[in-house]
Design a protein around this ligand. Sequence first.
Ligand code: UDP
Ligand code: MG
Length: 170
Amino acid sequence: MEATLVLIKPDGLKRSLTGNILTRLSETKLEIAGARVVRVGRELAEKHYGHLREKPFFEELIRYIMGEFHDRLKVLALVYYGEDAIPKVRELAGGTNPEEADSVSIRGAYGRVLTSGLFENVIHCSANGEEAEREIKLWFKPEDIIFDVYETETVTRESVKEVVWKEKKE
Ligand code: UDP
Ligand code: MG
């Protein structure tokens, strides 16, 4: 059993592909173990794609995942959990380049290549176990995932500020 991170990227959200993509992913019979709508700041974007920092398309990729090209400043982040979750989701997602991806895969069906060369491929999914762990820990807190996917510990922090719902006055 393993977990994998899926992001529905801003182009997927803008083009109302969420339903289609989730339906396709349900073919895997994997379980959704966590879900968040996330506003992606530069820090999170650069951490997520840190291993691609040296690539010529890095800056454009960061702006893409932050939603700057699709006036949707958010992504939908999901954790899928189950047997062989990582290869099962990768297979359904299809190859990185949407023009070369299997035409029935999610990226093959919905992705496109910009004139700049950037692949707008509607979905991210972790490539291997090490990447899944790094990414899930980046995007989710332990309490936001319904299974114990990785080891946790309890720490006590003094004077940590937290935003809570304002109490209503009677
Ligand atoms: N990407 C791109 N051009 C490339 C390689 C990657 O535009 O030549 C983008 C594409 O959106 C891809 C993301 O960078 O999904 C991350 O690249 P990676 O090699 O990790 O591919 P993935 O794991 O997403 O298939
Ligand atoms: Mg990757």
